[in-house]
Design a protein. Structure first.
Length: 275
């Protein structure tokens, strides 16, 4: 019997996006070359996704750059996907960076191990003492709009739109990568001044319990998530970011067996999403 039609995937990426220390395009060229083994794949820029998505079985959002650079187009894409009932990978129900950085305030209030975060002038006194503080927009990305100050403060009228955090002395940053709720690998930056010079990290049971807690909190049934954390001088892990929209995967920093296992798991996840 002849095989049935293969599922079609619109793969959203910005191959020209330039990120510090990373080559987004190489990663997506590799991923699409492997997805074509199981799916019919077409690539498009994020500004074109809303117009092109109809007729595809799924839309995969990958290295498409910070949404704030094309917010209107992204909002139109989300609205169109909901109107058509299009399966989006990652699904548009994420509670992490996909929805802005309000989750850092919510998790901090709830007592999760996250860098202390407030978004209102009345709450600045809840922050611990530090040698400096960071102010960042809730809808920021890639360090856009970051300010470093000596004392915690919010500009007049900024309540609810900007975050304030203490600057944390840490040993290193570490990222945990998941497909659905399954851990795939971890990478860390042993030199804090070189965030994207990453090396494989052997995650212990306590590390994985830490990362899983945030993946479970996010309640995404399908998709790729990256849990970014820092290891404090006291040895504690604190959440820096829960990236659930288009996390860069640093697949060039892992060995071939790990990369192959990741691609296989992503294919399975996509097939499950398509039912």
């Amino acid at each position: 019997m002849p095989a049935g039609p293969r599922p079609s995937v619109l793969f959203v990426t910005d191959l020209a996006y330039e990120a510090r220390g990373r080559r987004y395009c190489d990663e997506d060229i590799h991923l699409t070359s492997r997805l074509r083994e199981d799916f019919d794949v077409a690539l498009c820029h994020p500004r074109d996704a809303a117009a092109l998505m109809e007729g595809f079985d799924a839309v995969v959002v990958r290295n498409s750059g910070p949404v704030l650079h094309y917010q209107e187009a992204y909002d139109a894409f989300c609205a169109r996907a909901r109107e058509l009932g299009t399966r989006v990978y990652n699904p548009l129900t994420g509670r992490g960076d996909m929805a802005g950085k309000q989750y850092l305030v919510d998790l901090s209030r709830a007592g999760y191990p996250v860098i202390p975060t407030v978004d209102r002038a009345a709450d600045l006194g809840l922050l611990p003492g530090a040698e400096g503080y960071v102010i960042k927009p809730k809808l920021g990305a890639d360090s856009v709009g970051l300010q470093f100050v000596r004392t915690p403060a919010l500009p007049p009228g900024a309540d609810g739109t900007q975050l304030v955090q203490p600057r944390i002395d840490f040993r290193y940053e570490v990222s945990f990568y998941f497909v659905d709720h399954d851990f795939q690998y971890a990478l860390y930056a042993p030199h804090p001044e070189q965030r994207w010079v990453l090396e494989p990290y052997e995650a212990g049971a306590a590390d994985l319990a830490f990362a899983h807690a945030f993946v479970d909190w996010n309640t995404l049934d399908h998709g790729i998530q990256r849990v970014d954390a820092c290891r404090t001088e006291a040895g504690e892990l604190l959440l820096v970011e829960l990236e659930d929209l288009n996390p860069y995967l640093s697949l060039d920093r892992v060995g071939e067996p790990v990369r192959e296992a990741f691609v296989a798991r992503m294919k399975t996840s996509l097939r499950d999403l398509l039912g």
